[in-house]
Each structure stands twice: as C-alpha cells, then as structure tokens.
Design a protein around this ligand. Structure first.
Ligand SMILES: Nc1ncnc2c1ncn2[C@@H]1O[C@H](COP(=O)(O)OP(=O)(O)OP(=O)(O)O)[C@@H](O)[C@H]1O
Length: 258
C-alpha cells in the first residue's frame, strides 16, 4: 500500500499541491482525476519519488521512500510518464529492454530477455520486436512503452510490493486498445503484490474500471473513494464546471455531459 500523508508541493510562491493525504492499495485500479492543471501529474511525481514535497511524506508498505535507495526503488517501481518520446532509432525490443536497465549492469541476463519477451507478448507487440521504434504509430508506440514499464517490474520482488504509475496511459489509443489496456491492468492485478496508480481524463472509463478514485481540483483533494462517492453532480460541477446527467444501472455508471 502507498500512503501519502499531508503532501504540500510548491514551486516558488505557487502551491501546486495543498496538504493532500491519499492511500492507494494493492490489487485495485486506483485512478486520479481532475481538470487540467489540478496537480495530477505533480502528485504522481511526488508519490513515485521524482519530486520531493516541501511538506508531508510518502510511505510504501510503511517505509518512508526518502529512505529507499534510488537503485532499489527502480527495481520495484515503474513509471509511464506523459509524452515519453525517443529521438534516436532503436528496435522495439531494445526500447522494451530499457525497462530492465535497473536489473543488470552490462549485459541483460536470460531472465531479462525472458521478461522482455513476455511483456511484449502480453501487450501484443512481439510482432514489431525488430521494427524501428520511430516508424511506429502513436498508439503502437504507447503499447511498446507499456511493455517497457511493465517489464521493469515483471517479476515479484523478494521483499514487498511492486508499484506501477501511469500518467495518462490512454492518450493515443483507440477505444479498442483503451478497453484492452484496462482489461490488461485487471489481469496484472491478479498478482496480489501490485499497486497501480493511473491518471486519466475519461470519466466514463474511470467509472467503468476504477476501484478507487481520487479527484483533485486546484491542487486540493476534492474527493476520494468509490465511483459513486466521487463521481457526483456536485463534484463534477466544482471540478469541471459542468453538470452531467449521471446514470447508474445494472450496465454500470455513465456520465452524459451537455
Ligand atoms: N515546473 C513548474 N513550474 C511552474 N509551474 C508548474 C511546474 N510544474 C507544474 N506546474 C503547474 O502546476 C499545476 C499542476 O500541474 P500538473 O501537471 O500537475 O497538472 P495536471 O493535473 O497533471 O494537468 P493536465 O491534466 O493538464 O496534465 C499547473 O498549473 C502547472 O502549470
């Protein structure tokens, strides 16, 4: 479990995150929502230890991440950032192998090769293994990056959980691959030691797949809980300045914006 307690993050005189406390449990699809500029990416960067908050602490299984070594953390924590781009030509399988860099020093081991093959198979990109990454479409590149980040934490850790952070993973994906990706996350979560935290904009996808939602607005925690607790008329009005019609029936929950 990840516990972020009383996180405040400032840049100069601007407070980007204001006293935020949230928990993310293993085995759940945890999604962070909120309007543009709400602080979602910043919160992900703080909880994955890329940014140090001025106030507050982040704990993984009760251990303060400031005490964890960067090298050890990289073996159990993978991050898919927004706008991941590569400017130089590499084969797809070489890009996926980048996920294994924290695990070997000079040459990949058979275990690293196996993780890359299995992750490519899992995300259905093994047919592109030999292709130049730069020639792929936006959606194909995104699936290669899924394989890369998941290969990083492919094997269970000897002591503790694995952590996967996904900042807007669905950008570039058509609706087929968006749904396929969310189903793949469910499949990955069968491994009980995995904590997944994602940022998405699509509220209906969040309503369909999320187990736990965190809604940020203007750097503050507006709401956290289940979809029915978070995706309310009042919260949508505060965060998005729109009043959706919300349906909740046996087929699921839907928000219609007009
Ligand atoms: N390095 C920085 N310098 C100045 N302001 C910053 C910096 N990084 C982030 N911000 C500001 O902090 C706020 C939160 O940014 P953040 O990227 O976390 O938002 P977000 O919720 O992920 O937004 P989006 O949905 O648009 O991606 C924004 O107003 C942004 O301009």
């Amino acid at each position: 479990m990840i516990q972020a307690n009383n996180i405040t993050y400032r840049i100069g005189s601007k407070t980007i995150l204001k006293n935020i406390s949230v928990n993310f449990e293993a085995g759940k699809i945890n999604l962070i929502l909120g309007p543009n500029g709400a602080g979602k990416s910043t919160l992900v960067k703080v909880i994955c230890n890329q940014l140090k908050p001025q106030e507050g602490s982040v704990f993984y299984e009760g251990i303060d991440i400031r005490k964890a070594s960067v090298a050890e953390l990289a073996k159990v924590r993978a991050v898919l950032s927004q706008n991941t781009e590569l400017a130089f030509p590499l084969k797809v399988k070489e890009v996926v192998m980048m996920g294994r860099y924290p695990h070997f020093s000079v040459n990949p081991t058979a275990k690293d090769e196996q993780a890359v093959e299995e992750a490519m198979h899992f995300f259905d990109v093994e047919g592109m293994a030999e292709r130049d990454y730069l020639t792929l479409s936006g959606g194909e590149k995104q699936r290669v990056h899924f394989a890369r980040v998941v290969s990083q934490i492919w094997y269970p850790s000897e002591n503790g959980c694995r952590y996967l952070f996904l900042d807007e993973p669905l950008t570039f994906l058509d609706v087929h691959y968006q749904f396929q990706f969310m189903h793949k996350l469910r499949e990955l979560l069968k491994q009980q030691d995995l904590v997944i935290v994602g940022v998405v904009h699509d509220l209906n996808l969040a309503a369909k797949f999320a187990d736990h939602l965190v809604l940020l607005n203007n750097g503050e925690l507006l709401s956290a809980g289940t979809k029915t607790e978070v995706l309310t008329q009042e919260n949508m009005k505060t965060a998005y300045r729109l009043e959706p019609v919300i349906h909740n029936d046996e087929r699921g929950m839907y928000l219609f914006f007009e």
